[in-house]
Design a protein around this ligand. Structure first.
Ligand code: KIV
Length: 284
């Protein structure tokens, strides 16, 4: 079994085959994603929200990303694994970004990194790709800049913003990104960008005309109960099923109906008798 490569993903755009990405952060979610034949698993820094309980992705550190990437890489064989570069990793210097991306690949075992930002980070994308680090770009609403945007808002609705998004998309492609995530971008603009680019566009809240889609594991499975983003669709109510199971477990223990003999382990009558005799003797 071999892992998918960035060339496989680019071939999918050329052949008009939709590209499906799903986030995963641990062994269970990664195994579920791969069993579902998801070609690309993103270890996203959304783990800051759905795993760590923060209200944004900003607190997530590189060491935490490496920890989660290594788990996902360890238990998967065929999906391409992309690891998110966390907050500020593309903001200090190209050398700093190179070092951090190298750690994500060497210690986290990912095949590619994802970096938020458009035209301004294009020179950094170029340095990474020249160093042999495949980069998935991420433009539109870039969650690490949520405070700059003043909230999780759709981007590119006004003419100048839309023109900038087109420039961002073209700049990251020219810099060597192998794909670009478009987050919270109006569907017609995402469609236009998709037509203009030769690399695949991956939408999240960017309509149906992107080359692929990415969703957060916890959103599509109903595991994240804080809110459901408008761009997400719940394919199951696993969170509800988990809560019901936990309640049933508590009630069973309290009622004395769990565990039964089926979940218990026996021992030899003789050993038990000898133990009791020895204890009685010791107590005399
Ligand atoms: O961190 C993440 O999971 C992401 C996707 C939602 C695109 O960046």
């Amino acid at each position: 079994m071999t892992r998918k490569t960035i060339l496989d993903i680019q071939k999918m755009k050329a052949q008009g085959e939709k590209i499906v990405l799903l986030t995963a952060y641990d062994a269970t979610s990664a195994r579920v994603a791969e069993a579902a034949e998801i070609p690309v698993i993103l270890v996203g820094d959304t783990l800051g929200m759905v795993i760590q309980g923060h209200s944004s992705t900003i607190p997530v550190t590189l060491d935490q990303m490496i920890y989660h990437c290594a788990i996902v890489a360890r238990v998967t064989q065929t999906s391409l694994i992309v690891g998110d570069m966390p907050f500020m990793t593309a903001s200090i210097s190209a050398e700093d970004t190179l070092r951090q991306a190298a750690r994500l690949m060497q210690e986290g075992g990912v095949t590619a990194v994802k970096l938020e930002g458009g035209e301004p980070v294009a020179p950094i994308i170029k340095r990474l790709t020249q160093a042999g680090i495949p980069v998935m770009a991420h433009i539109g609403l870039t969650p690490q800049s949520v405070n700059q945007f003043g909230g999780f808002k759709v981007q590119g609705r006004q003419l100048e913003d839309a023109r900038q998004l087109v420039r961002d998309a073209e700049a990251v492609q020219a810099a060597g990104a192998f794909a670009v995530v478009l987050e919270l971008v109006p569907a017609p603009l995402a469609g236009l960008i998709t037509q203009r680019l030769s690399i695949p566009t991956i939408g999240i809240g960017a309509g149906p005309d992107c080359d692929g889609q990415v969703q957060v594991f916890h959103d599509i499975l109903g595991l994240f109960d804080q809110f459901l983003p408008r761009h997400a669709k719940r394919y199951a109510e696993i969170g509800e099923a988990m809560r019901a199971a936990a309640v049933q477990y508590r009630q069973d223990v309290q009622a004395g109906v769990f565990p039964t003999a089926e979940q218990a382990f026996s021992m030899s009558e003789q050993v038990l008798r000898h133990l009791k005799e020895a204890l009685d003797h010791a107590n005399r």
